[in-house]
Design a protein around this ligand. Sequence first.
Ligand SMILES: NC(=O)c1ccc[n+]([C@@H]2O[C@H](COP(=O)([O-])OP(=O)(O)OC[C@H]3O[C@@H](n4cnc5c(N)ncnc54)[C@H](OP(=O)(O)O)[C@@H]3O)[C@@H](O)[C@H]2O)c1
Length: 330
Amino acid sequence: MIPTRTLGPDGPTLSALGFGCMGMSEFYGPSDDAESRRVLEAAVEAGIQMFDTADTYGLGHNERLLAPLIAAHGARICVATKFGIAREPGQYARSINNQPDYIRRACDASRARLGVDTIDLYYCHRRDPAVPIETLMETLAALVAKDKVRAIGLSEVSADTLRRAAAIHPVAAVQSEYSLWSREPERGLLDACRELGTTLVAYSPLGRGFLTGTLASTDALAEDDFRRRSPRFADAAMAHNRRLVAALGDFAAARGATPAQIALAWLVGKQPNVIPIPGTRKISRLQENLAGAALTLSATEIAELDALFDPAAVAGERYPEAGWAGIERT
Ligand SMILES: NC(=O)c1ccc[n+]([C@@H]2O[C@H](COP(=O)([O-])OP(=O)(O)OC[C@H]3O[C@@H](n4cnc5c(N)ncnc54)[C@H](OP(=O)(O)O)[C@@H]3O)[C@@H](O)[C@H]2O)c1
């Protein structure tokens, strides 16, 4: 059985495993829309409720992909989308925009693409330091008052920003990169989330595929695959980090599980208020990941994995220079 989580201080109860849709539109090589839709349907049938997208994923493609799923199952699922990253087609370079007018336009555009009156969970994808967090939250609270948004989220913010934001309006979720090899939320953000009743949505919980042990190098990846430009996947860092994944593989084999399953079981078992949102374009991997979230690790096993993936043991930054825009580093 997969445990459940309450979304934010007073939101709905959701399955503790969500689904990340980003890779169905870009960043990890080509995908097939018809197959993606089959995977999404299978995810709903298996009981997954939180589906994660953003206006920037495929510049609208990802939100449009989700529209039929929402039309069919809207009442059973919680769809989260995001605003704030502006990019040109085919470009990774981005600018960050949290201006009120921009947010109001982005919200209406996302509602139209998703085919909904109300967005279940609307995240600020990246913080624009030109706009105070209080102004941002007031803008979002006004969208809640108009029923255009049900709950507010922030992504990649510091504990301090979260506290200031929650003083204006409840923050249902903070989405940050969190996995065995990305442990920054443990430096204060998770504590702030627990204190405020905010859910921590863990993105890239499988380390963008690396923690599954199936990615030996970037050679076979598409030219525009994000991992080709990530310092963590550069040759020297990969050679170093492969040792960690090999040890994770041994740990998993001893439990009769796969590395992906242990990576997800660690997140669900370690924290009471975390929802990981792994992404996949394959039904077999969806089933594998579901079984991982249902695995129970002992406190000793969690501590063993904590030590194995000590942050000092991981080589390479998680973003290239351009990707740090709007991320509040802690
Ligand atoms: N807020 C933010 O700034 C932010 C940033 C990044 C991502 N996100 C969200 O987080 C979601 C998940 O993160 P992510 O997609 O970056 O990374 P992830 O879930 O850590 O990894 C996805 C990669 O792992 C592969 N994979 C999945 N399950 C597998 C398994 N059991 N065995 C082997 N390989 C497996 C997928 O390949 P296949 O598809 O080929 O199976 C894909 O390449 C995204 O979809 C997006 O919604 C948010």
